[in-house]
Design a protein around this ligand. Sequence first.
Ligand code: EPZ
Length: 423
Amino acid sequence: MDSIVVKGGTPLKGKIEIAGAKNAALTLMPATILSDEPLTLTNTPRLSDIKTMTTLLESLGVEVTSLQGGKVQVMSSHGMTTTRADYEIVRKMRASNLVLGPLLAKHHQAVVSLPGGCAIGARPMDIHVTALEAMGATIDLKDGYLHATTKGGLKGAKVPLRFASVGATENILMAATLAKGTTVISNAAREPEIVDLADCLRAMGAQIDGDGTSTIEIQGVDRLGAATHRVVTDRIELGTYMLAPVIAGGEVECIGGRMNLVSAFVEKLQMAGVEVSETKDGLRVARANGRPKAVDVTTEPFPGFPTDLQAQMMAMLCMAEGTSVLEEKIFENRFMHAPELTRMGADIDVQGGTATVTGVSKMKGAQVMATDLRASVSLILAGLAAEGETVVNRVYHLDRGYEHVEEKLGAVGAKVERVKTDG
Ligand code: EPZ
């Protein structure tokens, strides 16, 4: 397993290219199942999660051709051989459950392993199941698999969500494109990745209105066709790299960044005294003189502060001036980075879903362990400001969601290198 070694104390300067969104690509790829014609995705991020999704789709008989070093994926599902998504693949990545809606819609059946819990929470699928049953599916749980069938295809329905689940909204949105009649999803998730999926589905011939709001209306059609779609910029990678100069000092331009992708996050940065401006090519971030100020943060569904930026924001608040209160409202166990940051000298008191962070003037490098995707990158960010060397172990978590983090940070002057460790 590799480690990342960070030597702190160097202010950053330069440009970082932001990749296509992992959480958009992971729902756009299964959308290929909805059509017998090819779906081409451009600006796809080069991540291990994309490789896992490719393996899953290929296990179903989908043809996936990777071009331009993985930035372009051409997929064709007309030769599909099975509708069973195996536990061995699904357990590695929860997003595998996004084949459920498309398989049911196109093939009227699916056997999909429950992903099981992960480090940040139990992550059940009750919202997905309730909604698809409302659309006429019969879904039984047997030996850890969801066995789903629908006689004569899915039917349009009114589908109120008890929580604005991103994955459930995506599964239902994809399923509804081929259902007979009209589907109305209320309390739908409003994330930019939902809008990106709807844009792609419309390019394939789907009839969708209201994506990006809490109410999405879909008129089912008989079939979907071919499309080429550019994956939207990754707002979580964007927010992550915007924090790098805030923590390390200096100024960085994040190429491809747009304010509308991260407005709640930018509001908090500006309250902390950080300068953020929109340039022709992206977003420029500079830390005004001195440490950032403490700010309180509560994670919420979009357009609120994203849970996927909570760990990274905590790393910044650890070295801010003053005390911040961080509330994690989306996942039940998403503070595992806190004890690791404490090893670096942070002052954090975690009580259930609330973390109180009292900023310190200096963090100290240490050996720390990554526990989940976003926690791992928060430790690297903290290392940028820490005295001495920080070694982040188990960086396979990192590679799931960040393209060549050591190269992107290295290009703006950070002292970050990947060390191959055996085992
Ligand atoms: C997506 O996960 C993202 N993953 C997550 O990003 C992100 O943290 C999350 O949305 C919230 O924004 C992808 O898009 C691949 P949810 P998803 O369904 O769809 C509960 C990352 O770091 N829930 O909105 O699984 C659930 O347990 C990852 O890139 C139910 O109770 O998130 C959680 O507490 C991590 N029943 C909350 O809702 C359900 O049926 C949010 O889940 C579904 C969800």
